[in-house]
Design a protein around this ligand. Structure first.
Ligand code: MTE
Ligand code: MO
Length: 384
């Protein structure tokens, strides 16, 4: 069993698939902490977790005039350590809502294939400059490809790529990360090294990173070429042409309700209803507002946003423009609509480009069930 060496996982996780291991935290725990504890951070593995010996590990950097082969020690000592708090979201987060409209292919994720952590490592930019990136490379280099050390039975490794501009930008904050939440990376999250691409879909954040290649081409991997792409609701498996659509990089604006859960019962006696959730947008766009409706969308109220675990959230520094990599948690405390026996709660977020979530799933349905970001809805029963 190629999975027999996989690490032990936290029992509270909701498991979508055991081999490979794919799991998400219970939504109510997710919004309990601004920085998600690593043990309950969602886990998305396509292959068995590889065992990497930190003593012999080398990161290969190829495609530039001075190829590098870097040990962990060299990565830590030769390049300044940079720390970023960033949210990772799988392209398939909330896929189950697409499945409810019409069957799609993929893991049936709920609303918690998203988590937020503090990551530290060397800037990819610094490493590429050390490998001789310069005006000459600028004439041909377009993408940075990443190769994982995890492989399938045929020896094929996980791979993906990002545009070179993102990798080189001083404001891009792309890390070769060796720490998560102040500790070395856990096995499930890429020990000893992963690339962390803030604002970019989870799939490009390659774990157990073994090789970085600067290239004129995107990664040729299955996951870059024939997966993680969006299509029209009218495209089916007979007509889909994966070459016709771009690989997902930045993700659209997203939010969901983590409390109360769908089908929960609330007491009218409590009078005030507390609704909580998360909101995030890709590409470093900051969520500036979350609207919440308690009456199926007739009226809306603005939720309170927070970007730390502090009581005095006003003290939390606001992100630099274009570098809002981390989510906001939000809360609305409001009276229950009078007389209602059932309440339909909805939320929708707005980012600083005024991108908003679509109101329903059907118009954004796609055969792979990715980019599922319609207004999130939960129904609760009101009892006296
Ligand atoms: N990197 C490798 N090497 N192998 C993988 O299976 N899965 C990708 C990405 N990087 C994957 C990988 C996908 S699809 C996602 S969503 C994120 O890792 C999940 O990161 P996490 O498990 O740390 O939450
Ligand atoms: Mo993913």
């Amino acid at each position: 069993d190629p999975y027999s060496g996989d690490p032990v996982r936290h029992p509270v996780l909701h498991v979508n698939s055991q081999k490979p291991f794919n799991a998400e935290p219970p939504p109510e725990l997710l919004a309990d902490s601004y920085v998600t504890p690593s043990a309950i951070f969602f886990k998305r593995n396509h292959l068995p977790v590889p065992h990497v010996d930190p003593a012999t590990f080398r990161l290969q950097v190829e495609g530039l005039p001075q190829p590098l082969s870097l040990s962990l020690e060299e990565l830590k000592s030769r390049f300044p350590k940079h720390t970023v708090t960033a949210t990772l979201q799988c392209a398939g987060n909330r896929r189950s809502e697409m499945n409810a409209v019409k069957q799609v292919k993929g893991l049936n994720w709920g609303i918690a294939a998203i988590s937020n952590a503090t990551w530290s490592g060397a800037r990819l930019r610094d490493v590429l400059l050390a490998a001789g990136y310069g005006p000459d490379a600028a004439t041909w280099a377009r993408h940075v490809q990443f190769e994982g050390l995890d492989r399938d039975v045929t020896g094929t490794t996980y791979g993906a790529s990002i545009p070179i501009n993102k990798a080189l930008s001083e404001e891009g904050d792309v890390l070769l990360a060796y720490e998560m939440n102040g500790e070395e990376l856990p096995a499930d999250h890429g020990y000893p090294l992963r690339v962390l691409v803030p604002g970019t879909v989870g799939a490009r954040n390659v774990k157990w990173l073994g090789k970085v290649v600067v290239s004129g081409e995107e990664s040729g991997s299955h996951w870059q070429q024939n997966d993680y792409k969006g299509f029209s609701p009218g495209t089916d498996w007979d007509t889909v042409d994966f070459k016709s659509a771009p690989a997902i990089q930045e993700l659209p604006v997203q939010s969901a309700i983590t409390q109360p859960s769908d089908g929960a019962t609330v007491r009218r006696g409590a009078e005030e209803l507390t609704v909580r959730g998360y909101a995030w947008s890709g590409g470093g766009r900051e969520v500036v507002r979350v609207d919440v409706s308690l009456d199926g969308g007739k009226t809306w109220q603005v939720a309170q946003l927070r970007s730390s675990d502090e009581e005095e959230d006003a003290l939390a520094p606001s992100p630099a423009p274009g570098r809002a990599w981390a989510w906001k948690l939000w809360e609305l405390v409001a009276p229950l609509p009078p007389g209602a026996q059932e309440v339909e709660i909805m939320c929708k977020a707005v980012d600083n480009s005024y991108n908003m979530q679509p109101d329903s799933v059907a118009p954004i349905w796609n055969l792979r069930g990715v980019l599922s970001n319609a207004w999130h809805r939960v129904r609760v029963k009101v009892v006296e």
